[in-house]
Ligand binder design. Structure first.
Ligand SMILES: *Cc1c(COP(=O)(O)O)cnc(C)c1O
Length: 428
């Protein structure tokens, strides 16, 4: 690769280069362990003095390549892959929060993350306050407490399709001396790289667009290498000796890769939320075409959004790429290359008409998924967000009639025709 390869070149070639006679495509190293000839070499691994592998729970070559590629695409300094997006979010929080700590999160986030924060983290003694992401920087900073350890938001809220003002959040986080963590799942680094706007940690559910083909569940954390873990004295896990590694200090030893090294060496070691080599291979395969897919997903979604906007059976539509949308200006700023493939709308006639619409679709599938090459739809109020009260659903941007659409890569004429025939049936 050239010194400053383009994003497209990074997608195709990043993080794996075949030497003469080696496989042209990133191979799956499918095993659990590694052979060494002496105890000294193994001891080095346990002291974190070697980048070699010992046991697949703690990392393996195929997973390493995926992590490096994701770090390269996001413009970060290190990556850590996990068994699922949920695990990526969980261990990111647990890397810097203990019982008694506090996190501030935007309300417009993925339902699973909301549940993780509001129920499971609370049960572990970590308190999360949810905020309207459109409040001012000053209002965010006012909510900080001495035990606040992180600020959290989604580039493109799933399924509210809100666009996060990343620079405002980053400025608030800096004032609070805490890292800004951004879930970049729906935007992907092809459309937005939050680190370039001041985010410190980026999370992705690779299950969605990164894989893109609906073949495997996974997650990845990327660190920006742009946060001083020592300055505030708030993050002892990174700045004080770790007795399980003979007193090493992660930030001293690994600098801009300290956050991910601790994720691997402590959190994934203890919790076992490892990505399997096969899944890393499949996700890497998907990333090779990420740039092209995101372009077409965005193009098709905009065309469908424009069509639905004028449709007599459509009550309302939300797509940040539509002029007049609440988030249009922020989307122009943060997602200049495309607004991703997800839109939501309401069918006239309420919930019943919505259900009729769903069952009348033919090309389009009803699935609990997003970011797939196949166009698919979901009714969050009765599925992904059903655990929330109607009030909490509304606060997360979900009305009872909301249908979330993940626009795929089929011919746009065919997608539109399928929606039209299904909408027609809702009139009867
Ligand atoms: C799906 C999703 C997650 C959770 O990822 P899994 O891979 O399903 O665990 C997190 N955040 C967002 C925005 C998602 O869409």
């Amino acid at each position: 690769m050239t010194k400053k390869p383009g994003f497209e070149t990074k997608c195709v070639h990043g993080a794996y280069k075949a030497e003469s006679g080696q496989p042209q495509v990133l191979p799956i190293i499918q095993n659990t362990t590694y052979r060494y000839y002496n105890a000294h070499d193994v001891a080095e691994l346990f002291d974190l003095d070697s980048a070699n592998h010992m046991y697949t729970r703690l990392g393996s070559p195929t997973v390493d390549a995926l992590e490096q590629k994701m770090a390269l695409l996001e413009g970060g300094t290190a990556g850590m892959a996990t068994s699922a997006g949920q695990a990526a979010t969980l261990i990111t929080i647990l890397n810097i929060c203990n019982a008694g700590d506090h996190v501030i999160s935007a309300t417009n986030i993925y339902g699973g993350t909301h549940n993780l924060f509001d129920v499971s983290l609370r049960n572990l003694g970590i308190e999360v306050d949810f905020i309207d992401q459109n409040i001012s920087k000053e209002e965010i900073v006012k909510l900080a407490k001495p035990n606040t350890k992180a600020l959290f938001g989604e580039t493109l809220g799933n399924p509210a399709l809100s666009v996060l003002d990343i620079e405002k959040f980053a400025a608030a986080a800096r004032e609070m001396d805490v890292p800004l963590i951004v879930d970049n799942t729906l935007a992907t680094p092809a459309l937005c790289r939050p680190i370039e706007h001041g985010a410190n940690i980026v999370i992705q559910s690779t299950t969605k667009y990164a894989d893109g083909h609906g073949s495997c569940v996974g997650g990845c954390v990327v660190e920006g290498g742009n946060f001083d873990w020592a300055a505030s004295g708030k993050f002892p896990g990174l700045t004080e000796p770790d007795e399980s590694y003979h007193g090493i200090v992660f930030y001293d030893k690994f600098g801009p890769a300290a956050f991910c090294m601790r994720l691997k060496a402590v959190l994934v070691r203890d919790f076992g939320c490892t990505m399997a080599p096969m899944n890393a291979y499949l996700t890497h395969q998907g990333l090779q075409t990420l740039h092209l897919r995101m372009e077409r997903h965005s193009e098709n979604a905009l065309a469908l959004a424009k069509h639905l906007k004028d449709h007599p059976m459509v009550d309302w539509i939300v797509y940040p790429g539509l002029e007049g949308d609440q988030y249009y200006d922020l989307a122009q700023k943060y997602l200049p290359k495309g607004k991703s493939g997800v839109l939501s709308f309401g069918v006239k006639g309420g919930r019943q008409a919505g259900e009729k619409f769903l069952e009348s679709l033919d090309l389009t599938s009803v699935v609990v998924h997003v970011g797939d090459i196949r166009t698919s739809v979901l009714h969050p109020a009765s599925t992904t967000h059903r655990q929330l009260s109607e009030e909490a659903q509304l606060a997360a941007g979900i009305s009872p009639s909301l249908i979330r659409v993940s626009v795929g890569l089929e011919s746009i004429e065919d997608i539109i025709a399928d929606f039209d025939q299904a909408l027609e049936k809702t009139e009867k």
